[in-house]
Design a protein around this ligand. Structure first.
Ligand SMILES: *Cc1c(COP(=O)(O)O)cnc(C)c1O
Length: 378
């Protein structure tokens, strides 16, 4: 089975991890500082703060933006559930906006309709690796005086209007799960242009303490204060050493992903009932996922039947995602019913993610293409 995603780990990564293991610091040491500096430079952001996962990064972002009970945060209905879960972590209320049917990006029109006097923030998701409509979203945020968070877990390396993802919102979040562009096993990062938000995120990831182990060791002091309730969301030096090598590989990873996506797009151009998502001008795509949308009626088969047919052909298809508001937790807690975000709901039953990862052989790419073309001929 060709998997839908696969990490790229080479000898340089293994050597860097071994070196970190032999060093004085396994966590909260110099590799963390270096990884943060290099990641900030790569995303054009002033500050980067390393965290233990992309989910922890979202939690930290919403915490330092001071969101809590009584506040509403608008999120797209088509995303990984972690985007909305983070809103629950801080005790705020997620409000689901619908997506554009062509791109599955959060629809600024739907966002505008769902802004209320309690709305304090919007989380944009760069679905599949294509940046959301930041110009429209920023203008809504400015006119309603609300904050913009970018869940950029799909879009490391993408640009919008020439600006890098990571420097387009108040805070942007990234994930280093093995399925993403680069990995630290588990891991995440927040980027921001605001030094005070960065300072507060560093405190939040370290229990809410006003100093960390390394600073106390360097200054020879034992005293610390607990300023607020935080978590242990630290990323280890072992992981940051791995992340630094992965970050150096990013240009090559992006180029190979883009080449495979380009081959898929060309090969599916004449298909009528299986269509890649639409790419928009003014932005570059980071190609975390290659998603096709099925005309299930025209094909005469359901998405799940198409999914099974691809799997039977050895193609590790996947689905990203179910509509979040219709998952049991959200249905039960908020009473959501089908019809709340119709475009996201329709897409959730019509999309398939195809295998896409840098070490994919050209022969595997052709095998996926043949399998997808076969759907129209079944
Ligand atoms: C992967 C992902 C996350 C969560 O990242 P983890 O590192 O797995 O916690 C959040 N949002 C989106 C859109 C993601 O794809």
């Amino acid at each position: 089975m060709i998997p839908y995603a696969r990490q790229e780990i080479g000898e340089e990564e293994i050597a860097a991890v071994a070196e970190a293991l032999r060093s004085d610091w396994l966590t909260t040491g110099p590799q963390v500082d270096a990884f943060e500096r290099e990641f900030a430079a790569a995303t054009g952001a002033r500050e980067a703060v390393a965290l233990s996962s992309g989910t922890a990064a979202l939690h930290a972002a919403l915490h330092v933006l001071d969101l809590g009970p009584g506040d509403e945060v608008i999120v797209p209905a088509m995303t990984f559930s972690a985007t909305a879960n983070a809103v629950l972590y801080v005790g705020a209320t997620p409000v689901f906006a619908d997506v554009d049917a062509r791109t599955l990006l959060i629809d600024p029109q739907s966002v505008a309709e769902r802004i209320s006097p309690r709305t304090r923030a919007i989380i944009a998701v760069d679905y599949a690796g294509q940046p959301a409509d930041y110009k429209e979203l920023k203008s809504l945020c400015a006119s309603h005086r609300i904050r913009l968070v970018s869940d950029a877990c799909h879009a490391l390396g993408a640009t919008y209007d020439g600006e890098k993802v990571g420097s387009l919102a108040d805070i942007s979040t990234f994930s280093f799960h093995p399925a993403k562009h680069m990995t630290t096993g588990e891991g995440g990062m927040c980027t921001t242009g605001d030094a005070e938000l960065a300072r507060n995120m560093r405190r939040f990831r370290n229990h809410g303490l006003d100093s960390d182990h390394r600073t106390r060791s360097q200054t020879g002091r034992h005293a610390y204060d607990l300023v607020e309730l935080g978590f242990n969301y630290r990323l280890t030096d072992i992981q940051c050493a791995l992340g630094r090598v992965q970050l150096k590989r990013l240009p090559g990873i992006l180029a190979r992903r883009s080449a495979i996506a380009g081959r898929y797009e060309a090969a599916f151009r004449d298909l009528k009932k299986v269509k890649p998502l639409t790419r928009l001008p003014d932005r570059t795509h980071a190609w975390h996922l290659f998603v096709v949308r099925l005309d299930t009626e025209g094909l005469g088969m359901t998405r799940d039947e198409a999914f099974a047919q691809l799997r039977a052909a050895g193609i590790g298809a996947n689905v990203h995602y179910a509509a979040v508001h219709l998952l049991s937790l959200y249905r039960k807690r908020f009473g959501f019913r089908p019809g709340h975000c119709p475009k996201a709901e329709a897409a959730a039953n019509a999309i398939i993610t195809l295998p896409l990862f840098p070490s994919m052989a050209d022969s595997d790419v052709e095998k996926v293409i043949a399998g997808v073309r076969q759907l129209e001929r079944h």
